[in-house]
Design a binder for this molecule. Structure first.
Ligand code: PMV
Length: 317
């Protein structure tokens, strides 16, 4: 019996998280060192339509029909069947393995969705295009965190650096020089929905202040796009520092994240900021290739539970 497998990478947001929910631009990159992998096998002994999910990394195992209605897999698989005009699935086993830390700002939920849609649609003989997969993964993102911008499912589907504005076609970014990033996990688990919900409540209470902060982030993302396309990439460092300061004002940093950001700067990073939903989860630092190891070590000594050094390739031949 053939197995159908597909994988998707993690992601990091370089600029613009939270503001992107409010239609400001953001920049995200794939992180290929971590990934979600989904394998589908037919289960001919089981009754038609039974979907058995086995996902040890996210502590999920069981029959899809028995999972709570709010589980994102219902929305993911339901919207895929609707889109492919398939009434009922053959019995199958879906096994999910992911090295992407959960609730850390690295896009674990979106990566599982993208990989599951790819594997399942191939298994059914109707492979989805990237565009279809991205749209359906966005539906599942809504189940994960209510009002997603769509940046996670987009950067993870296309696995390329993107400039993203909610509701508009995304842009593949020009990257003039390879970027070295050190990503560190604060060890504090932080569901995106809570951080996004908190920002929404504060924005509703004081829209003028928050719209102004989002506009400042938009200006940073615009400058970053220009610098990224050129050769003086160190210039991104101060923009990351500025973006972090605004995220602090927005109320999504934490003492742990602030300490790691400061540690990275002290250890020689060009700039650093939290990445993703915040209030825990990950931070990222931009370094020279030579400084990456020392920054990573300093971050671990300062309490990071895990670090990843990743390189974003230049897109210019
Ligand atoms: O999934 P996370 O934690 O990387 O957060 C995504 C970025 C946010 O801007 C906070 C939310 C969104 O939907 O864009």
């Amino acid at each position: 019996m053939p197995a159908f497998a597909a994988a998707a990478p993690g992601k990091a947001i370089l600029f613009g998280e939270h503001a992107v929910v409010y239609w400001r631009p953001a920049i995200a990159v794939p992180v290929s060192q971590v990934q979600a992998k989904v394998t589908i096998l037919a289960d001919p002994m089981a009754p038609t339509g039974r979907v058995w999910i086995d996902a040890p990394d996210i502590a999920l195992q069981g029959d899809l029909a028995q999972l709570p209605a709010a589980n994102p897999f219902h929305r993911l698989i339901g919207s895929m069947l609707e889109s492919l005009k398939i009434q009922c699935l053959p019995a199958l086993k879906m096994s999910i393995h992911s090295t992407i830390p959960v609730a850390a700002g690295l896009g674990s939920g979106a990566a599982v969705s993208v990989a599951a849609l790819r594997a399942l649609s191939r298994f059914l003989g109707h492979p989805l295009t990237d565009e279809q997969g991205c749209r359906l993964a966005f539906e599942a993102e809504k189940a994960y965190h209510g009002t997603p911008s769509g940046i996670d499912n987009t950067v993870i589907t296309y696995a390329r650096p993107i400039y993203f504005v909610k509701g508009q076609p995304f842009e593949l970014l020009q990257v003039g020089r390879p970027l070295t990033l050190v990503i560190a996990d604060s060890g504090v688990s932080s569901p995106t929905a809570a951080a996004v919900g908190g920002v929404r409540a504060r924005w509703q209470a004081d829209p003028r202040t928050y719209d102004n902060l989002f506009d400042q982030i938009a200006a940073i993302a615009g400058s970053a796009r220009t610098i990224l396309a050129g050769s003086a990439i160190q210039g991104l460092g101060p923009l990351m520092d500025d973006n972090h300061a605004i995220l602090q004002e927005i109320g999504v940093s934490s003492p742990e994240l602030d300490r790691l950001v400061q540690t990275a700067r002290n250890a020689g990073a060009w700039g650093a900021k939290l990445s993703g939903g915040g209030q825990g989860g990950d931070m990222i630092a931009l370094t020279s290739p030579q400084a990456a190891e020392q920054v990573s070590l300093a971050l671990k000594q300062a309490g990071a539970t895990r670090t990843i050094i990743t390189t974003i390739a230049s897109t210019i031949a």
